[in-house]
Design a protein around this ligand. Structure first.
Ligand SMILES: Cc1cc2nc3c(=O)[nH]c(=O)nc-3n(C[C@H](O)[C@H](O)[C@H](O)COP(=O)(O)OP(=O)(O)OC[C@H]3O[C@@H](n4cnc5c(N)ncnc54)[C@H](O)[C@@H]3O)c2cc1C
Length: 436
């Protein structure tokens, strides 16, 4: 957390209540959606001297409740750098489990458990992020529970005095050459030079701007839960590709792990309907015994998986970031990282625009933002889609080809380094905020 004295989250509610007195609010940028992408953008704009207002339709205490979101996210090391620059790195680091090693295998289910294939691929932090200049190596990434990220970011919004209205629903968007006005369902209005949709997969902003999406349903669901076990995980993330979908064991602080267990939708529904004992037995068969006896610490959450890409990420006086712009398969844990790269790129573009006296919502400004994100976003979305199709099947020649592929990458250190730098959000057109 930055230099400011932390204040309780309840303070945010008081700010929101005070705001109910005002009927017309003005800001430089109105951000719809105070999730992880939206809150990070608000902090980055505030740091650049641009005034944001954040509006979110979900009450803050609902978003902060542990049962709201059972996921933990693999945060790319470059995205973690940005959070440090925004003054929230230290508070997040207190909850972060560094990923020191990633082990990828291709396996099949048998009656007794997972049978790994003969090939594997291993990424080691020491090999990948050694900058060769005497500075410390970074971890491959950091596992952070959603509940901690949301709490730290929300507290930072309060500490910086960033105006946040929640719960409130946007009802109408009016776009004029000089700016936008959002009318809220309680009759208040928020006017700004630019509106940003950071309101997730079902984005209201995207729909209000009539931006279409493309994509498809994966007919797979991810079951998510947190477990404890007997032996130390040593910061190793395991990803086993099974024909039904990937099974990931992601290390957390306190000797725990977050599990992302992907199955075809019907199988996932069947697993969720099992009596507790039978579910635990099915889970333990996949988890194996390499970490000793396993214990379920949380309920199980279920997330349907799909690919969804907005056909445009900008419109007059409007930009999309995060899941509002793209939803991708979570097999490599890159969805939020993509969103955080959008945020860093948009904040950088808007800061430049302000510096050179170009309007924040100017067509040229928004075109620069869209151009800077297009290739990275499309490559990641279709890359994950390709991996999903390559690995979610049990066809013998395909199994052989992907096994050889894993072995080939494993045998070539420069290729391994390239892959882990891609996962670290540290390749290509990297926004300044994500650089060292
Ligand atoms: C199983 C699973 C595992 C994943 N693991 C990883 C991982 O390891 N690493 C990674 O990088 N990514 C991962 N992802 C992807 C990640 O979850 C998403 O990319 C991320 O949550 C998107 O964040 P966001 O802030 O864009 O959207 P959201 O988190 O959806 O936030 C949207 C916000 O907008 C608000 N909102 C919604 N509608 C409105 C409205 N009409 N008006 C106002 N506010 C509104 C909501 O209340 C919310 O606060 C995973 C996804 C899944 C399904």
């Amino acid at each position: 957390m930055g230099a400011a004295t932390p204040r309780p989250i309840a303070f945010l509610m008081i700010c929101a209540q005070k705001e109910t007195m005002k009927t017309a609010l003005h800001a430089d940028v109105v951000i719809v959606g105070g999730g992880m992408a939206g809150a990070t953008l608000a902090l980055a704009l505030d740091q650049a001297g641009i005034t944001p207002v954040v509006i979110d339709s979900t009450p803050l205490d609902t978003r902060l409740a542990p049962e709201f979101d059972g996921r933990a996210f693999a945060i790319a090391y470059a995205c973690m750098r940005h959070w440090h620059k925004l003054g929230v790195g230290e508070a997040l680091a207190a909850h972060a489990q560094p990923i020191e090693d990633i082990l990828v295998t291709d396996g099949r289910m048998t009656a007794t458990g997972v049978k790994p294939g003969p090939w594997h691929l291993r990424f080691l932090a020491a090999e990948t992020t050694d900058h060769g200049d005497g500075t410390d190596t970074e971890a491959l990434g950091y596992m952070l529970e959603a509940r901690h990220i949301r709490a730290v970011l929300s507290q930072a919004l309060v500490d910086r005095g960033i105006e946040t209205l929640a719960p409130v629903h946007p009802a109408h968007l009016e776009t004029k050459p000089q700016g936008v006005t959002v009318t809220l369902d309680d009759g208040r209005t928020v006017s700004a030079q630019l509106i940003v949709g950071a309101d997730g997969a079902r984005s209201w902003v995207r729909q209000a701007a009539e931006i279409e999406t493309s994509g498809w349903d994966y007919h797979q669901d991810a079951l998510v839960l947190t477990v404890g076990f007997e032996r130390p995980h040593k910061g190793v993330a395991h990803e086993v590709f099974l024909p039904g979908g990937p099974f990931a064991i992601l290390p957390l602080t306190g000797g725990r792990a977050n599990i992302v267990w992907t199955e075809p939708r019907k199988t996932a529904a069947g697993l969720m309907a099992l009596p507790h004992e039978a579910f635990v037995a099915a889970f333990a068969r996949r988890f194996g015994d390499h970490l000793g006896k396993v214990e379920l610490l949380t309920p199980v959450w279920r997330y349907p998986l799909r690919l969804q890409r907005a056909l445009h990420t900008t419109a007059p006086r409007l930009a999309l970031v995060g899941d509002a712009a793209h939803v991708i398969h979570p097999l490599a844990g890159q969805g939020l990282n993509l969103g955080l790269k959008d945020v860093a790129a948009l904040a950088e573009t808007l800061a430049e625009a302000q510096h050179i006296g170009e309007g924040l919502g100017a067509e040229t400004t928004l075109a620069r933002y869209a151009r800077s994100r297009h290739f990275d976003e499309a490559a990641m979305a279709y890359g994950m889609d390709g991996f999903k199709h390559l690995f979610s099947n049990d066809i013998a020649p395909v199994r052989l080809a992907r096994g050889l592929g894993l072995a080939a990458v494993d045998a070539l250190p420069p290729l391994r380094t390239l892959f882990s730098r891609i996962a670290g959000a540290d390749v290509g057109d990297v926004p300044k905020g994500l650089k060292r």
